[in-house]
Design a protein around this ligand. Structure first.
Ligand code: ARG
Length: 464
């Protein structure tokens, strides 16, 4: 007999039973569901809606359901549809008639909204911690490579010299924004919807604030229709997760490029690479490729969720049951990727000499040669033109700028003096870019210090 079977004279068709049941995936909410029910039961007792003794029996019964689930004694039933009705059914089998009082002044609509919010709050915290771990790794690596000069690119063409530390710190900034986005999303997830009922609240004299406090929420939802139909927080999470994945994917793409024979900037550790079943020489960056590939899944989760919600009239609609798989998939995927990413970059070997070699030969110091002239009163546009001609000449001769003799240089501009050679050496080109936010070691050291302070503060406050 269904928990809602009263007005039905016929059994649910077997096909429908399978079709509408969500227990296969929402069973992961068992803990939140039971915690929520315990708080609800205590509140019902305190308010005299049921007796204190009945409340006590419900809480103890729920604890015993929890214990059974956690030691693997429970087989969930498709017939009981979802986690909410499974728990209620098992509870009632345990405690008898009083179990049937648990659902007083509550609906599965506010119950499921509560469970998902509780679940996501926990996951957001975990993901922030994983991101913080990745940030630590980036800082450590950056600290080691403050002086490791490498080519910086635009259009994937050599552009200006930077350091590996500076490149890594760019990702540090991205993941710091991701943390801030999650903290912000947490605020809107931290809203307690129970008491919204099916859609129009309840006639019982419940104490919503008591439940809020028991469950550690910051506030209660302000409108019962919105309380059951709001999934903005899940969308926001999937959007934040999409950005995390996008950042991981861009770094993955660079790792894949850098580990190619053509670049050889890094060598991935054997533990984080895989081989080929046919080509004996192969060592593939599969982890980075999979992260890049899984980014598409998470974007899919976001778009799927947005699409499910777009046409829904207020308040609850069964379409909303489709929110869970998307959300769970986004959570699982982001966590898996973050977990494997930090050790992958921690263990990779950085080929400093190859990076440095990459700086020579591509006219990567051309801007610095133009800046040299401009600093000596040649208008920059004109300096640009002069150095452009030098590059053309060098290309024809198969030379680099620093290989030009001082006579040749003076032929392009009399302003050139012997100190030009020093000014356009890769190390000097980097060291001169000491503006805040620039790649000079002293500027990057400051960025690393600020990054460390940010993480210390984040870990100390845990205010999300
Ligand atoms: N399993 C449902 C879900 O995930 C719970 C809410 C069901 N409510 C309803 N009125 N059928 O959305």
């Amino acid at each position: 007999m269904k928990l809602w079977g009263g007005r039905f004279s016929k059994k649910t068709d077997r096909l429908v039973e399978d079709f509408h049941s969500s227990i296969s995936f929402d069973q992961r909410l068992y803990y939140q569901d039971i915690m929520g029910s315990m708080a609800h039961a205590r509140m019902l007792g305190k308010q005299g809606i049921i007796t204190e003794k009945e409340a006590q029996q419900l809480v103890e019964g729920l604890q015993s359901v929890l214990d059974d689930i956690e030691c693997g004694k429970v087989e969930f039933e498709i017939d009981a549809e979802d986690i909410h009705m499974n728990v209620e059914k098992i509870l009632t089998e345990k405690v008898g008639e009083v179990g049937k009082k648990l659902h007083t002044a509550r609906s599965r609509n506010d119950q499921v909204a509560l469970d998902v919010r509780m679940y996501l709050k926990g996951e957001i915290k975990e993901i922030i911690n994983l991101l913080a771990g990745l940030e630590d790794t980036l800082l450590d690596l950056a600290e080691k490579h403050l002086e490791t000069v490498m080519p910086g690119y635009t259009h994937l063409q050599k552009a200006q010299p930077i350091t590996f530390a500076h490149h890594l710190m760019a990702y540090f900034q991205m993941f710091a924004r991701d943390i801030e986005r999650l903290k912000d999303c947490y605020k809107r997830t931290d809203v307690m919807p129970l008491g919204s009922g099916a859609l129009a609240g309840t006639t019982f004299p419940i104490d919503r604030d008591f439940v809020r406090e028991q469950l550690g929420f910051a506030q209660i939802s302000a409108n019962s229709l919105d309380g059951v139909s709001d999934r903005d927080f899940a969308v926001e999470f999937c959007a934040a997760a999409s950005l995390i994945m996008m950042h991981l994917s861009r770094l993955s793409e660079e790792i894949i490029l850098w580990s190619s024979h053509e670049f050889r900037f890094i060598t991935l550790d054997d533990g984080f690479s895989t081989g080929s079943s046919i080509m004996p020489q192969k060592k593939n960056p599969d982890v980075a490729e999979l992260v890049r590939g899984k980014t598409g899944r998470v974007y899919g989760d976001l778009i799927g969720l947005l699409t499910v919600l777009k046409g829904l009239p207020l308040a609850y609609n069964k379409d909303m049951q489709e929110d869970k798989e998307a959300l769970f998939d986004a959570v699982d995927t982001v966590k898996k990727c973050l977990l494997v990413f930090a050790p992958m970059i921690k263990t990779m070997k950085v080929n400093e000499q190859v990076m440095l070699r990459g700086v020579t030969g591509g006219f990567i110091n051309a801007t610095d040669a133009a800046d040299y002239l401009a600093a000596r009163n040649v208008p920059f546009r004109q300096a640009h033109e002069i150095v452009g001609k030098m590059v053309l000449y060098c290309e024809e001769q198969g030379m680099s700028l620093e290989e030009l003799s001082i006579e040749e240089l003076k032929g392009f501009s009399p302003v050139f003096e012997n100190d030009i050679y020093e000014k356009i050496s890769p190390e000097k080109c980097v060291a001169a870019r000491k503006v805040p936010g620039g790649p000079a070691p002293q500027a990057v050291r400051k960025a690393i210090e600020a990054g460390r302070a940010y993480l210390v503060e984040l870990k100390a406050r845990q205010d999300y």
